[in-house]
Design a binder for this molecule. Structure first.
Ligand code: PAF
Length: 315
């Protein structure tokens, strides 16, 4: 184990790295392995009157995650990210074991966007033997991904609540690609009176429109090319909405037809729903509306969405 200390402008940075990373790889960014490490780090920032921003991730960082970290840096003085592939949010036949991991690359990327601390807990740190408590948010979790992935959101809210309790940040940033996750976390924060402000970041897309996701790395070249039908389908519906289309079934059909252009796509769901309750809309969309999709390419399940404002219409 290598341990080094660096004095930078305002910070005494201690890097203790079982990964054997040299200090030049992680200067100005503290690697935090235990809950005590995180608490000491954030407490020291708080004592200096600094505001803390938090970005929880499962690692294998891409430009979408880095955008969340940059946004956290706009709201807060100190940014902490976490890298933890959370087993409790994966179903028994899902990709927990094969989920892509690249801790060294992640640390370099997080450092490059000015992250100040990265929490890298192991399984035992997050789920010590004997853990039996979980957090379950009602209603919202029964829909969309919640019905396709039973138990998924309980895993998400349990780990996110634990992380929020550990980091005790002023703000936490989540991506809007996982719209339902963001809605569920906001609900949990409201219901449990957590003293953290949740901030959403717009979906970050590849040049061809595909929403960025760590799971995109699973796609074969042909699947990757065809996967753009998710965003083109949503875009089509968005244009129709701007032109005044408000019938939920017609909006859904537009997206579904476009996705069906891909012979490799297997639709899990295409839903037109109320953006707040996530309840499916029958008939006219009169309030803020979400079109959410989940589509398999082979074993890879991709999600995307589009938020439609009832006021926005080209006159
Ligand atoms: O969005 C994710 O990457 C995960 O669901 C989260 C919020 C880090 C919890 O494990």
């Amino acid at each position: 184990m290598k341990s080094e200390m660096v004095l930078s402008q305002h910070w005494l940075i201690v890097t203790t790295s079982p990964l054997g990373l040299g200090c030049e790889d992680c200067h100005l960014m503290k690697l935090l392995y235990s809950i005590e490490d995180v608490r000491a780090f954030t407490q020291s920032a708080r004592n200096r009157g600094l505001k803390i921003g938090f970005v929880p991730t499962m690692g294998f960082l891409h430009s979408g995650h880095l955008a969340l970290m940059r946004l956290a840096g706009e709201w807060a003085d100190v940014v902490v990210a976490s890298l933890f592939v959370n087993p409790t949010q994966f179903g028994p036949n899902e990709d927990y074991d094969s989920y892509p991991r690249d801790v060294t690359g992640d640390l370099e990327k997080a450092r490059s966007v000015g992250c100040d601390g990265v929490f890298l807990p192991d399984l035992k740190t997050m789920y010590p033997d004997g853990s039996v408590t979980h957090v379950s948010v009602g209603q919202l979790t029964g829909r969309l991904c919640g019905s396709s992935r039973p138990g998924h959101f309980d895993g998400v809210t349990t780990v996110v609540l634990k992380l929020l309790n550990i980091v005790e940040s002023d703000i936490a940033v989540f991506g809007e690609k996982d719209y339902q996750q963001l809605a569920v976390i906001r609900q949990m924060v409201r219901d449990l009176n957590l003293a953290v402000t949740i901030i959403g970041h717009p979906i970050v897309r590849e040049p061809d429109g595909l929403a960025m996701s760590s799971r995109n790395s699973y796609l074969s070249p042909t699947e990757r090319t065809q996967a753009r039908v998710l965003s083109t389908g949503l875009k089509k519906a968005n244009v129709a909405w701007q032109n005044g289309l408000r019938d939920a079934a017609s909006l859904r059909d537009l997206v579904q037809k476009k996705i069906s252009d891909s012979n490799l796509a297997r639709i899990d769901y295409v839903e037109v729903c109320d953006a707040e309750s996530l309840a499916p809309i029958q008939g006219e969309c009169v309030r803020s509306t979400l079109i959410a999709v989940a589509v398999f390419f082979g074993e890879t399940r991709l999600i995307d969405n589009c938020l439609l404002d009832p006021q926005s219409q080209v006159s």
